[in-house]
Write a protein that binds this ligand. Sequence first.
Ligand SMILES: NC(=O)C1=CN([C@@H]2O[C@H](COP(=O)(O)OP(=O)(O)OC[C@H]3O[C@@H](n4cnc5c(N)ncnc54)[C@H](O)[C@@H]3O)[C@@H](O)[C@H]2O)C=CC1
Ligand SMILES: NCC(=O)COP(=O)(O)O
Length: 333
Amino acid sequence: MAATDYTRSIMQPLALTMGEPAGIGAEIAAGAWSALRAGGPAFFLIDDATRPFGVPIQAIAASEDATAVFPHALPVLHRRLPAVPVPGRPDPANAGAVIAAIAEAVELTKSGRAGAVVTNPIQKSVLTAAGFKHPGHTEYLGEIAGTGVPPVMMLASEELRVVPVTVHEALARAIARLTPEMIVETARITAAALRDQFGIARPRLAVAGLNPHAGEAGTMGREDIDIVAPAVAVLRADGIDARGPLPPDTMFTALARPTYDAAICLYHDQALIPIKTLDMAGGVNVTLGLSIVRTSPDHGTALDIAGTGRADPSSLIAAIRLAATLAAARGTA
Ligand SMILES: NC(=O)C1=CN([C@@H]2O[C@H](COP(=O)(O)OP(=O)(O)OC[C@H]3O[C@@H](n4cnc5c(N)ncnc54)[C@H](O)[C@@H]3O)[C@@H](O)[C@H]2O)C=CC1
Ligand SMILES: NCC(=O)COP(=O)(O)O
């Protein structure tokens, strides 16, 4: 599904954040390095270099050192963690370092010293308890790398792209505050990104309904008539190839998926359940509407298996490859 391919020779190294130190971030970073060291895009990890990684690592002093080190060792930009990480047991004492790694990766990318940001998963509740004001990376990145439009979450795999209009909030609140304008703005940003970053000349958008059978002509809820249909009309008047509201239970079938380039969904799980069910290992989270390229694996911190050696690095590898491709297309790599 990616529009262009990356070439290591023209790449700035990608900045990979530590994520939750008690999660699987270090393990999947090591797995991704093993898979990519012989020819994939070079990256460096912002993390505590004194931790065990299970692969050869080399502490680097600056991002510029990463590409030469990468074929031989995982380059680690050393940032000390206050508390020694224990797999499966997040320590709020490390929250500041986790957030600082995200901010540093963004600064390195903005200043041209890294090609893109790839984030390892964070334990959102731990950061919130430590005072972090944002519910996730997406919202934080909108603040520190925004472009004047809301940041938009897209999850992309070979078979499907999904975009939730509302993201990290209670379902009841998401439905209560949904407006046609929110759908239109999200869909416009998505269409622009598909055209400019993914190389799709005339993106086709499928807009999900909210209610069973997209409201069944208003007999199962009026939101599809009052909120979703007017948004689709505005998009079509704009010249965007948008359809909907579509019955959400059938729009992700094998027959339906090839008929659109992205599904605009109304809430987090309407978007993420189909893509994770189809391809948890190949799905990538990419933030649209930023001044930089940012991708992430589609999964979370997996505290239940951290430290067991069972973590699959496939989604992180896909995230690194997509970041490199998008950065090359933007000319930042
Ligand atoms: N981009 C990010 O920072 C994200 C962070 N999260 C956070 O992660 C935390 C845990 O979330 P959960 O809902 O439990 O989802 P999760 O994805 O961490 O785990 C769900 C299940 O999938 C398994 N799993 C996940 N990744 C795996 C991998 N690479 N290899 C093998 N098995 C894997 C886990 O072991 C678990 O059984 C939460 O705090 C959540 O907010 C979740 C998604 C994305
Ligand atoms: N479920 C996806 C998710 O939570 C990712 O959030 P973000 O940290 O990338 O904003």
